[in-house]
Design a binder for this molecule. Structure first.
Ligand code: DAK
Length: 258
């Protein structure tokens, strides 16, 4: 499928999605978010794809929702059409792992898009921020919730209330990103992590994603019970037998997603 604002490459078992509106620092307009949602949905439905990577350019992952597109909209426009709701749901509901590879600006909706992914690998030039306050609005696709859970109330409040950006080192210290790599190696590192995930049993990767995400939705005891039941359930799979036999035989496992 030919897209206008993103570039999709299927590299072996990984779908690499590049946001591609360079003139607008990859600002998220309805075309881009629609195409991104479609690409994620297609990757999820493609049996060959086992992991996704979303990235931008070296200068910008995405500098936020497109202010030019939003500026003249009314409350009725955004409420009745549920601005970006459908597209964001498609990304949030993807069951396959998604890695955000972030270089340069990840601001507003761009920061929120990265936070929506399962983990973030950042380049040393990455800058995260929720500057919506400067436009007279608040974050709208999860920033006040996801950033707060990651960095705590104080830092999240400061970022949302002042619009201050966080650099890559602070983002790593604060738990926003899993690690920081040189900008030139960003996509290579993200692809390498994605390829590693693609080698695992897909049943187990889906279970990991479900279990970790549960920790955001429920109490500790319910989350632990959910994790335990998933652990028990995986003993019904051939991949558990294969993984444990391979360990005992001192060989690499050959998972078959069964
Ligand atoms: N929207 C539209 N265009 C943008 C843009 C944006 N967010 N960010 C940058 N651009 C455009 C600039 O207008 C400029 O275009 P031309 O003037 O050349 O035509 C081009 O990209 C290059 O930008 P600059 O010339 O400004 O580049 P600099 O290097 O000088 O500055 C910057 C880079 C990232 C610091 C600066 O561009 C900037 O501050 N950008 C805006 C950042 C921002 O405020 N982002 C938050 C946007 S609000 C919701 C869903 C989502 C959201 C809300 C609700 N619902 C589902 C309810 C999200 C809201 C937001 O993200």
């Amino acid at each position: 499928m030919a897209y206008k604002t993103i570039i999709v490459e299927i590299d072996d078992h990984v779908a690499l999605i590049r946001l591609n509106r360079p003139d607008a620092l990859n600002a998220l307009n309805s075309t881009l978010l629609g195409e991104l949602a479609q690409a994620v949905t297609e990757a999820e439905g493609n049996d060959k794809v086992r992991c996704l990577v979303i990235t931008g350019s070296e200068k910008a992952f995405a500098a936020g929702a497109d202010v030019k597109e939003m500026a003249e909209k009314s409350f009725v426009d955004v409420f009745v059409t549920d601005l970006f709701g459908r597209q964001v749901n498609a990304i949030e509901r993807c069951r396959k792992p998604i890695i955000a590879a972030v270089s340069g600006y990840a601001l507003g909706g761009g920061c929120e898009l990265a936070l929506m992914c399962d983990f973030i690998i950042a380049s040393d030039s990455a800058k995260f921020g929720q500057p919506e306050i400067n436009l007279g609005v608040v974050a709208g696709i999860g920033g006040t919730q996801r950033l707060t859970r990651l960095v705590g109330k104080s830092k999240s409040m400061e970022m949302h209330l002042t619009g201050r950006f966080m650099d890559a080192q602070e983002a790593e210290r604060s738990g926003v990103v899993s690690r920081v790599v040189p900008a030139k190696k960003l996509v290579e590192e993200a692809m390498s992590a994605a390829n590693k995930i693609a080698e695992k049993s897909q049943i187990a990767t889906l279970a990991v994603k479900e279990a970790v995400n549960r920790s955001y939705e429920t109490t500790l005891s319910e989350g632990i019970l959910h994790e335990r039941r998933l652990f028990h359930a995986l003993f019904a799979t051939e991949d558990q037998k294969e993984g444990m036999s391979a360990f005992l035989d001192k060989r690499e496992p050959q998972f078959r997603d069964k």
